[in-house]
Design a protein around this ligand. Structure first.
Ligand SMILES: Cc1cc2nc3c(=O)[nH]c(=O)nc-3n(C[C@H](O)[C@H](O)[C@H](O)COP(=O)(O)O)c2cc1C
Length: 321
């Protein structure tokens, strides 16, 4: 086999040269990483969550390290739509990597308005609709935890753009598959999951929460098994592509998500520890496929074997009876 594997994937109408994207909020507006990695090697770049007006986010402290992870309560600080177009877009337009804008609104009208404005920017490949931020009071998770509200917001966005829509789900629900089906019915082209898991860290000397916001969103390796479980659950319930996010630090982590059925992955917290993480992951996935003579990434997606344990167990039980 030649020294290359076909890593191409299509996620609901967006063609990617490989399945590795940056997770929103962990990669700024990409220019921050310009001198650290070759941005044109990425599958796609998802920029920091954008709202119509600029936002300062939450007051500090808003990040705290935890075992195998971190809590953040940034609160969706961002430059706002106008500055994004004037100051950030010119750089992004020059890249050959597809650019996806992550959006959030305080109400359905704001989501719709943002979608319609982004619809006019031809260099933008798609929109990721964040209905899952745990760190803002209005909007965000308020939409992502109720199937009906999730459906309404996605419909409003769908009505205002023809661009591919990826909808990002929160894990802070009892049954994520209900929300997944609801956004699929509302017109999502793909689903990304998971956003962060709500948590708290406490300083025992001051007896105060370590974050000014009290709660924050847990990310990093600590959440990977939960993210994997939710991706596996959702891929069985929807027909549209599912994008795996949560604790991916290495190519092996990414491969776990692909085997579970994810069509692609997003890398978040890893960027803050190792700015080269995305490239290492792309190279590691390709090396894995070449070593095992697997010509295409498609040949590994959704290949999780769940029957064998059961069958083996059944066989043993029969033998013992
Ligand atoms: C500092 C920080 C900022 C984030 N900002 C956003 C955001 O603006 N929009 C969004 O949808 N997700 C945001 N997220 C969530 C990540 O995109 C991702 O879903 C989550 O961190 C889990 O992936 P990870 O464990 O690889 O980091 C943020 C995460 C972190 C750590």
């Amino acid at each position: 086999m030649e020294n290359k594997a076909d890593l191409k994937v299509n996620i609901g109408g967006i063609e990617l040269k490989n399945p590795v994207m940056t997770a929103s909020g962990t990669f700024g507006y990409a220019s921050e990483f310009e001198n650290l990695i070759d941005l044109n090697r990425l599958g796609a770049i998802i920029v920091k969550g954008l709202s119509l007006k600029p936002s300062m986010g939450n007051p500090p402290p808003r990040i705290v390290e935890t075992p195998r992870g971190m809590l953040n309560a940034i609160g969706l600080e961002n430059v706002g739509f106008t500055s994004f177009v004037e100051e950030k877009l010119p750089f992004l337009k020059e890249l050959s990597t597809p650019i996806i804008i992550n959006i959030y609104g305080k109400d359905i009208q704001e989501y719709a308005e943002l979608a319609s404005r982004i619809n006019d920017i031809k260099e933008i490949a798609g929109i990721e609709v964040n209905i899952s931020c745990p760190n803002v009071k209005a909007g965000g998770a308020a939409f992502g935890t109720d199937p009906e509200a999730a459906c309404k917001v996605v419909k409003a966005v769908r009505d205002n753009t023809g661009k591919p829509l990826m909808v990002k789900l929160t894990p802070n629900v009892t049954d994520i598959t209900l929300i997944a089906r609801s956004v699929e019915d509302a017109g999502a082209d793909s689903i990304s999951l998971i956003n962060t898991i709500t948590g708290i860290a406490i300083d025992i000397e001051t007896r105060r929460p370590k974050l000014a916001n009290i709660t924050g969103g847990l990310s990093g390796p600590a959440i990977k098994p939960i993210a994997l479980r939710m991706v596996w659950q959702v891929v069985q319930k929807v027909k549209i592509p599912v994008i795996g996010v949560g604790g991916i630090m290495t190519a092996e982590d990414a491969l776990e998500f692909l085997i579970a059925g994810a069509a692609a992955v997003q890398v978040g917290t890893a960027n803050l520890i190792n700015p080269h993480a995305t490239i290492d992951i792309i190279e590691g996935i390709e090396a894995f496929l070449i070593k095992r003579n697997i010509p295409r990434i498609q040949d590994i997606i959704g290949t999780l074997q769940t029957n064998s344990y059961h069958e083996e167990h059944e066989g043993t039980r029969r033998l013992m009876n």
